[in-house]
Design a protein around this ligand. Structure first.
Ligand SMILES: Cc1cc2nc3c(=O)[nH]c(=O)nc-3n(C[C@H](O)[C@H](O)[C@H](O)COP(=O)(O)OP(=O)(O)OC[C@H]3O[C@@H](n4cnc5c(N)ncnc54)[C@H](O)[C@@H]3O)c2cc1C
Length: 456
C-alpha cells in the first residue's frame, strides 16, 4: 500500500511544531498529530539559549520569536552567600549574542500557527495510540480524535516521534535509561525587579540551585530545585518551606513578589530527567526531542538540543535526491543518529555536570569563585552554556580546571594530611560526576581522548 504522507509527526510541541515549520519549505507531504492544540500553562522551555536562536536563524524561523512579548536575555548573573556578579553572553563582530525568555505556551502557539499555515503540512488534533507495523517496518500511526470514538489511521514513509518527556513510544524506538534527578517547582513573579535586568539569575542556595529569568515584560519565572527522587511535600508544607528557607536566600528586590506568589499558591511541579539517547534503528521511524534525549534543565538546553536536532534531521530529509527510494530514508535516519551528538554532547554534559557540581559544597564554591575571576575563566564557559560553542574539549578543560581550583583552595596556604584527603575526595567526586556523562555521550573513545591531550 502506498503511504498517504511522506512524513507523519507525532506530537506538535516545541520539537514537532518546529520540525513541521522547517519542512514547510520543502515539497514533502507532512502530517502532524497533536493531542491538544490549545495553549498550555507550563513551567518548561521558557529560556532559549543564543545557540537555539542561532539554530532558528539557520532554518529561517527566527521571526517566530517576535510578537509575543519574548524578552531578550543577554547573559547570566550568579549569586552565592550575598555576593553576585554578571557574565555576559559572548560577542560577535561587536554585537552580543542574545537568548530569549518567554512563556512556553505562547511560543508553542506561535510555532503551531506557522506550521498550520504551511501548504504541505496537515495538522490534526488527536492522540496517537499505536505505531502501525508491517513486516518489521513502521508504516504509520493509529489515532483517535476528541470528537470521534473510532480509531483512524495515517500511513507515511517516515514516522517522526516527538511525544516529549512522558513519551509513549520511546520504548519501541529506543532502549531508554531514564532517571529522575529531582523536581523543579515553578512560580511566576509579577512586576518584580530583577537585580540584573534581562539576565538569567542562578542563585547557588544552601540546599539546591534556584533559577530566575524574565518571561514577559511583566513576569519573571522562578524555578526552585528539589534534589532527589523524593516528591516534594504537600502544599502547606511547601509554602512554609518556600517562605522560611527559600525567600531569605533571594535578592531583596525579588522577595516581596516571591512571597506574594507563594501565598497565591499557583505553583507547578515538574520532574527533571536525565536520559542519554540510545535509539534502536527501526525502519520507517525516528525519535527526536525529549522522547529521545533529556538533560537537567538547569542550563536551559532542552530546546537548543531540540532545534539542533530539527535542523540536522530536517536538512537531511530535504536534501534527499530521490525520496521515492526507501533506502534513502533509512540512510537519513542512520546519519541523523550517528552525527547528532557533535551538536548536542556539550549541552547534555554541561547540564548534568553543573547540576552534579551544585550538589557538592566544595565544588559549588570552587565553581562560583572560578567564574568570578572573569576573563577566559568565565567567557569560555559561557560560550558553552549559551551553546554558541559545542567544543566538548573546552568543556572538559574548564570542568577539571574548576576541580583543580577547588583543590588549590583547600590546600593553601599550608597543606596538611587532612587537606590532602579532602582534595582527593573532591577530585574523585569530580570524576564521578563527569565520567558517566562522557560515557553516555560516547566521549571516552581513544580518538576523543587523544584530541583532548593534543589540544591541552
Ligand atoms: C522543569 C523544566 C524546565 C525546563 N526549562 C527549559 C528552559 O528554560 N529552556 C530549554 O531550552 N529547555 C527547558 N526544558 C526542556 C524543554 O522543555 C524540552 O526540551 C522541550 O519542551 C522538548 O520539546 P518536545 O517537543 O520534545 O516535548 P514537549 O514539549 O513535551 O511536546 C510533546 C508534545 O507531544 C504531544 N503528545 C504527547 N503524546 C502524544 C500522543 N500520543 N499523540 C499526540 N500528541 C502527543 C504533547 O501534547 C506535546 O504537545 C525544561 C524542562 C523541564 C522539565
Amino acid at each position: 500500500m502506498k503511504p498517504i504522507y511522506d512524513i507523519c509527526i507525532v506530537g506538535g510541541g516545541v520539537t514537532g511544531a518546529c520540525l513541521a515549520s522547517y519542512l514547510g519549505k520543502s515539497a514533502l507531504k507532512v502530517a502532524v498529530i497533536e493531542r491538544n492544540l490549545n495553549e498550555k500553562d507550563r513551567i518548561v522551555g521558557e529560556l532559549l539559549q543564543p545557540g537555539g536562536v542561532e539554530m532558528l536563524e539557520k532554518m529561517g524561523l527566527e521571526h517566530l520569536l517576535d510578537g509575543f512579548d519574548a524578552q531578550s536575555v543577554d547573559g547570566y548573573a550568579l549569586f552565592m552567600k550575598g555576593e553576585s556578579f554578571e557574565i555576559g553572553y559572548p560577542e560577535k563582530d561587536g554585537k552580543r549574542y542574545a537568548g530569549r525568555g518567554f512563556r512556553n505556551g505562547k511560543f508553542v502557539q506561535k510555532l503551531r500557527a506557522y506550521m498550520q499555515a504551511q501548504k504541505n503540512v496537515t495538522v490534526i488534533e488527536g492522540t496517537v495510540n499505536e505505531l502501525l507495523e508491517t513486516d518489521k517496518r513502521i508504516v504509520g500511526v493509529s489515532y483517535t480524535t476528541p470528537r470521534a470514538v473510532e480509531a483512524k489511521e495515517i500511513t507515511a514513509t517516515l514516522t517522526i516521534v516527538c511525544d516529549g518527556i512522558f513519551s509513549t513510544f520511546r520504548n519501541t524506538l529506543s532502549v531508554p535509561n531514564k532517571s529522575v534527578t529531582g523536581f523543579f517547582l515553578g512560580l511566576i513573579l509579577k512586576d518584580c525587579q530583577l537585580p540584573y535586568p534581562n539576565h538569567g539569575h542562578v542563585i547557588i542556595a544552601e540546599s539546591s540551585p534556584i533559577l530566575m529569568y524574565p518571561v514577559s515584560s511583566t513576569e519573571t519565572r522562578i524555578l526552585v530545585d528539589f534534589r532527589g527522587i523524593k516528591v516534594p511535600p504537600k502544599r502547606e508544607e511547601l509554602q512554609n518551606y518556600l517562605t522560611s528557607s527559600i525567600a531569605p536566600q533571594l535578592p531583596s528586590s525579588v522577595q516581596s513578589s516571591f512571597l506574594k506568589s507563594v501565598e497565591e499558591g499557583k505553583f507547578k511541579l515538574m520532574p527533571n530527567h536525565r536520559m542519554a539517547a540510545n535509539p534502536n534503528l527501526k525502519q520507517g521511524a525516528v525519535l527526536i526531542g525529549d522522547s529521545l534525549n533529556m538533560r537537567h534543565p538547569l542550563t536551559g538546553g532542552g530546546m537548543t538540543v531540540a532545534f539542533s536536532d530539527v535542523y540536522l534531521l530536517g536538512s537531511l530529509l530535504m536534501k534527499m535526491k530521490n525520496p521515492k527510494r526507501g533506502t534513502q530514508w533509512e540512510r537519513v535516519v542512520r546519519q541523523f543518529y550517528e552525527s547528532r551528538n557533535q551538536q548536542t554532547a556539550t549541552i547534555n554534559i554541561l547540564a548534568d555536570a553543573l547540576y552534579g557540581v551544585m550538589g557538592n559544597k566544595e565544588l559549588k564554591e570552587a565553581c562560583f569563585n572560578y567564574l568570578k575571576r572573569s576573563g577566559s575563566y568565565s567567557q569560555e564557559p559561557i560560550t558553552i552554556l549559551s551553546a554558541i560553542s559545542r567544543d566538548s574539549n573546552l568543556l572538559i578543560k574548564h570542568f577539571f580546571a574548576v576541580a583543580l581550583f577547588g583543590i588549590k583552595g583547600i590546600l593553601m596556604p599550608i597543606p596538611t594530611v587532612t587537606k590532602a584527603k579532602r582534595s582527593l575526595s573532591l577530585l574523585s567526586n569530580s570524576v564521578r560526576i563527569i565520567y558517566p556523562l562522557l560515557r553516555n555521550e560516547k566521549m571516552l573513545r581513544l580518538q576523543n581522548l587523544r584530541q583532548f591531550i593534543v589540544k591541552y
